[in-house]
Design a protein around this ligand. Structure first.
Ligand SMILES: Cc1cc2nc3c(=O)[nH]c(=O)nc-3n(C[C@H](O)[C@H](O)[C@H](O)COP(=O)(O)O)c2cc1C
Length: 177
């Protein structure tokens, strides 16, 4: 049987340089539709996405991460992945829930041949407060959410070699008899 997901996954690489091409809102919606199918603990669906297209705002989000935040400059869109950590039921698994949804975004972006990169936010510092606090303040994200990460999206501005069978760490796979 053809493994279509493997074919997609092996092409997905972190792309940190972007071209000038514009991603339509429709494609962004399709990508997020995929992310909304991601499994969440107990099916609580606590992950919320904030889509930012404005270039100045993207730069200001980048400034909320002291080290390396500027890497999102030039991305056509940034998806801020937040989780409703105020929800006691969801709080225990918030990292897992946000991370799985983010992985879906990365794969969905590859399907549209878009460049994408996970930019870490949890436990990172901004200019004065944590990156999470500064991003929430900047975007007016309601209380009770925590920012896990960003996903920067844009036309691919660098070519990355797809993974090949030889690149896979099959030594990490153990079949238990
Ligand atoms: C939890 C996590 C945090 C990451 N944080 C960053 C980051 O802050 N900046 C960045 O450029 N890449 C980040 N990445 C991307 C990794 O550096 C990248 O996936 C890794 O180097 C493997 O390369 P590949 O994505 O091309 O397979 C992160 C990835 C994960 C899963």
């Amino acid at each position: 049987m053809e493994n279509a997901l493997y074919e997609l996954a092996r092409k997905r690489r972190s792309v940190r340089r972007y071209g000038k091409g514009h991603i339509s809102d429709e494609v962004i919606r399709e990508i997020l539709k995929t992310a909304l199918t991601a499994p969440t603990s107990f099916g609580h669906k606590p992950v919320e996405f904030y889509v930012v297209r404005d270039q100045d705002l993207i730069r200001r989000i980048g400034a909320c991460k002291q080290m390396g935040g500027s890497q999102i400059n030039g991305a056509d869109a940034v998806i801020v992945v937040t989780v409703r950590t105020e929800d006691r039921r969801a709080a225990e698994f918030w990292i897992e829930d946000g991370a799985i949804a983010s992985s879906y975004i990365l794969l969905a972006a590859e399907q549209y041949d878009l460049g994408a990169c996970w930019v870490h936010i949890r436990n990172r510092m901004g200019q004065k407060k944590t990156s999470d606090e500064e991003i929430r303040e900047l975007l007016g994200i309601p209380a009770g959410r925590t920012v896990l990460n960003l996903v920067a999206l844009g036309e691919k501005g660098e070519a990355k070699r797809p993974y090949k069978e030889e690149d896979l760490h099959f030594e990490n796979v153990h079949f238990v008899e």
